[in-house]
Design a protein around this ligand. Structure first.
Ligand SMILES: *[C@@H]1O[C@H](CO)[C@@H](O)[C@H](O)[C@H]1NC(C)=O
Ligand SMILES: *[C@@H]1O[C@H](CO)[C@@H](O)[C@H](O)[C@H]1NC(C)=O
Ligand SMILES: *[C@@H]1O[C@H](CO)[C@@H](O)[C@H](O)[C@H]1NC(C)=O
Ligand SMILES: *[C@@H]1O[C@H](CO)[C@@H](O)[C@H](O)[C@H]1NC(C)=O
Ligand SMILES: *[C@@H]1O[C@H](CO)[C@@H](O)[C@H](O)[C@H]1NC(C)=O
Length: 761
């Protein structure tokens, strides 16, 4: 049974017709949106074996909100709801529980909390909010304690946690928020805890506070308008002389038609001891400035979500990396941006002019009065004069702004957390790598290129159900990022270089952690930067250059020789599906057929696969060619042949190993039965009968009503909209009477226009 011969054979034509009908019945593909901005080169769904994560969970526990890495990097302390855990992380894979201590809110506090109309199911618990390493033997922890913040020291023994004694629990107002929904930040510096949070039950009184240690407890003055009542703190980062706080609040210095949120950086001096007569037990060095992450001429990304410090490198000073979202939704989606602010820019703004509020016009203007010495708000030693402190009460807002343009802008994504490190490439250059957690539970690995733009190496969906990433903790010595979320802790290895199976893929990935080892022919994790013969090209990502000595040959031909050819035998009466794995979202893919053209009428590309209707002349070499970064290479090569009349092999392909493969056959309606080899003749018969019905119907109309004939022609012209499988080259497909095909759910029929609609939503 040879495939039908080409020509005007009616069977052959009907075969073609049936093929086209099949294509129309295929479910439309929805393009995986993702908005503007860089596209992750590779995406992994939750549970993808190529990117195995170590998932720690503990029955009965939830809200793994706070993460702390031990000094030696081998233990991860985790603050969950009403418990604190110590996890051993030095072995790869799932973190192992060392021990766990309960720290529930007391029954009395829980009762009071419920009486105050808070939920005893979701809110009246002890949510751990602060977890810091106090000294070699103690951690310091604070929690919401059923809307009554509490703190305690936790003793460590061999990095195991000792139980919390009830009498050691102290009041924690100003250190932990009351409400678990409120944002907060805290950092321990020189034995003192600097915290920024809400200081009351209602959540209307933000506070910046310093506690613990030998110095006096200091707070922001509630009666001064230093912080707007809705201030929301996201990070606290110490520098040499000052501690910076990052937060967002409603801006009062702009006249604006709506409540304008703005991001801020505030500073307080570490050596501040408060005033003597004025500003007793209050900060005397509190200053704040606007932090602006914006593209020129566009609405700013005005809401800061998280910030981290990247210490000084060999060529750059210390920088603050921060993720922002916008108050405004453009086109129905939120977008995010990452900006990097140099600490010296921030320092300069705090050394600049002040703003002051003109009491008569209620407008903020630049302060142009005389400057006193020492400068108000500077970390000068010695107590400040009353005159300086009076000045400080009103001059806490800086005139200048800390402005940066984003390294990365991504729409349709809300980044909630980030972690940043540098990675050395093969040549010893360092690259900034950012791990960005989203509000829907994925992690983007972004690399900042030479021209200060970030590209996305990969996106990993961390949890099955979309939910925000609550915390990220980099563990450099473990080569992993730990992610806290409602259901547990995920360990995400920095990279899995073995997913890049060829030198080309390894180099195109431009992941500073991965390089091609030409000896073992494996893409390997780069551990020491002196493996000169390994292959990597961080700057250009050019495999032609980097993989020159590999299987590619030093050729300048746009297409390289395949490494293996998959042999496919034509099965009579069925449509072949030649799959092509799309390894990279940045590549464009096309199919080639030997040196000639793909037989158009009897083939189509659907979802990346080539569908082939076996006919005479259809055999030969089929290659799926990817083009990325100006470089083309075959992803997969098929030799399609018939059992009865084998084709002579192209001499150019001699010497390339071959492998006989089975490919999926006819596939209609997106069912899962891929491997099932289905003959199309039963379908064919059904379609033929339907066609006969349609034709006779049309004949009757033609004979009975000339007007109907006109309308029928109108319909015929109106038809021809394709399923949105964009790639299908079906511009010349026959028009069909759609009512008869409307059996498939995925094909919409618009009754008025009588054409096949498409579902692109
Ligand atoms: C890395 O990828 C390879 C190849 O896809 C896979 O076999 C391996 O299990 C993966 N390893 C991890 C840790 O994800
Ligand atoms: C919460 O309170 C309600 C009524 O006061 C009670 O029925 C329920 O069991 C409580 N739930 C928990 C988790 O304590
Ligand atoms: C650590 O701090 C705790 C709590 O203040 C104290 O009891 C302990 O002695 C300190 N340990 C060391 C080694 O300083
Ligand atoms: C906490 O921060 C998030 C992100 O900025 C924000 O959406 C949320 O409203 C904040 N919560 C409060 C209570 O301010
Ligand atoms: C498209 O191809 C991908 C991968 O090859 C597959 O997972 C997906 O199910 C296909 N979609 C349809 C609608 O066939």
């Amino acid at each position: 049974m040879a495939p039908p011969a080409l020509g005007l054979d009616p069977w052959n034509l009907l075969g073609l017709f049936f093929f086209q009908v099949l294509l129309l019945l295929l479910p439309p593909l929805t393009a995986g949106g993702g908005g503007q901005g860089p596209v992750p080169r590779v995406r992994y769904n939750a549970g993808d074996p190529r990117r195995a994560l170590g998932f720690f969970q503990q029955s009965g526990l939830r809200d793994f909100d706070t993460l702390l890495l031990s000094g030696d990097g081998n233990t991860l302390y985790v603050g969950a709801r009403e418990a604190i855990l110590a996890l051993a992380i030095q072995d790869p894979g799932v973190p192992r529980l060392k021990n766990m201590i309960p720290w529930p809110a007391s029954e009395r506090k829980k009762r009071e909390c419920a009486l105050k109309k808070k939920s005893n199911e979701t809110q009246c618990f002890n949510f751990i909010r602060v977890l810091v390493s106090f000294n070699a033997t103690h951690l310091y922890a604070c929690g919401t304690f059923a809307f009554s913040p509490a703190c305690t020291f936790i003793e460590l023994r061999d990095s195991y946690l000792l139980p919390i004694l009830e009498e050691k629990v102290m009041e924690g107002k100003g250190q932990s928020p009351f409400d678990p929904a409120h944002n907060h930040t805290a950092v321990l510096v020189d034995g003192m805890l600097y915290s920024g949070t809400m200081n009351n039950f209602l959540g209307s009184e933000p506070i910046l506070m310093r506690t613990l240690g030998s110095q006096p407890v200091l707070k922001t003055d509630t009666f001064l308008p230093w912080l707007h009542a809705d201030a929301s703190f996201v990070a606290a980062i110490p520098s040499t002389q000052v501690v910076y706080f990052f937060f967002e609040e409603t801006a009062s210095e702009f006249d604006f038609f709506e409540k304008l949120r703005t991001s801020r950086v505030a500073q307080v001096c570490k050596n501040d001891v408060g005033g003597e007569k004025l500003l007793q037990r209050k900060w005397t060095t509190f200053l704040k400035a606007q932090l602006l992450c914006a593209q020129p001429g566009q609405l700013p990304f005005n809401i800061i979500r998280h910030a981290v410090l990247l210490p000084a490198g060999s060529s750059t000073g210390p920088r603050i990396y921060a993720v922002f979202t916008s108050q405004w939704q453009v086109g129905g989606t939120r977008s995010s941006a990452v900006c990097a602010f140099s600490l010296s820019d921030i320092e300069n703004v705090f050394k600049g002019k002040y703003k002051e509020l003109n009491k008569e016009t209620s407008r903020w203007t630049t302060y142009r009065g005389v400057e006193t010495n020492p400068r108000p708000g500077s970390c000068s030693v010695g107590p400040s004069s009353d005159k300086v402190l009076t000045f400080m009460k009103d001059h806490f807002l800086m005139d200048g702004q800390v402005v940066e343009t984003p390294l990365l802008v991504k729409s349709g994504v809300e980044y909630t957390q980030l972690a940043v490190e540098t990675a050395q490439d093969l040549d010893g250059h360092s690259h900034v790598v950012m791990y960005l957690g989203t509000s829907t539970g994925s992690l983007h690995k972004a690399v900042v290129s030479r021209d200060n733009r970030a590209y996305l190496v990969e996106e990993i969906q961390l949890f099955t159900d979309p939910e925000p990433v609550r915390n990220l903790q980099l563990a450099p010595s473990q080569g992993a990022v730990f992610v806290g979320f409602s259901g547990g802790v995920q360990r995400v290895p920095r990279a899995n270089c073995s997913v890049y199976e060829t030198c080309v893929d390894c180099v195109l990935a431009r992941d500073p952690h991965c390089a091609w080892n030409p000896e073992s022919r494996v893409c390997c994790l780069l551990s020491t930067p002196n493996l000169k013969h390994w292959k990597q090209d961080m700057e250009r990502g050019n495999p032609e250059w980097a993989c020159a000595k590999g299987p590619m040959g030093r050729s300048h031909r746009p297409q390289s020789r395949p490494q293996i050819i998959k042999e496919v035998l034509v099965v009579p009466n069925s449509i072949l599906e030649l799959p092509c794995p799309h390894l990279s979202a940045l590549a464009s893919y096309r199919w080639s057929h030997g040196t000639g053209k793909i037989p158009e009428a009897s083939s189509a590309v659907y979802n990346g696969s080539l569908l082939l209707l076996p006919q005479d002349g259809v055999g030969g070499l089929y290659q799926c060619i990817a083009t990325e970064n100006g470089f083309s290479y075959p992803v997969v090569s098929y030799w399609v042949d018939s059992q009865d009349q084998p084709l002579a092999m192209d001499p150019e392909l001699a010497g390339i190993p071959r492998e006989r493969v089975q490919v999926p056959l006819t596939r209609v309606g997106g069912g899962a039965a891929m491997a099932a080899q289905r003959s199309y003749w039963p379908h064919f018969l059904v379609v033929t009968i339907l066609l006969a019905l349609v034709l006779s119907g049309a004949l009757i109309i033609l004979l009975t009503a000339p007007l109907g004939a006109l309308r029928a022609r109108g319909k015929v012209q109106g038809c021809g909209t394709l399923p949105s499988g964009d790639k299908a080259p079906l511009s010349r497909q026959p028009c069909l009477e759609p009512q008869k095909e409307s059996r498939t759910s995925a094909t919409n029929v618009d009754a008025d226009n009588n054409h096949l609609g498409t579902d692109t939503a």
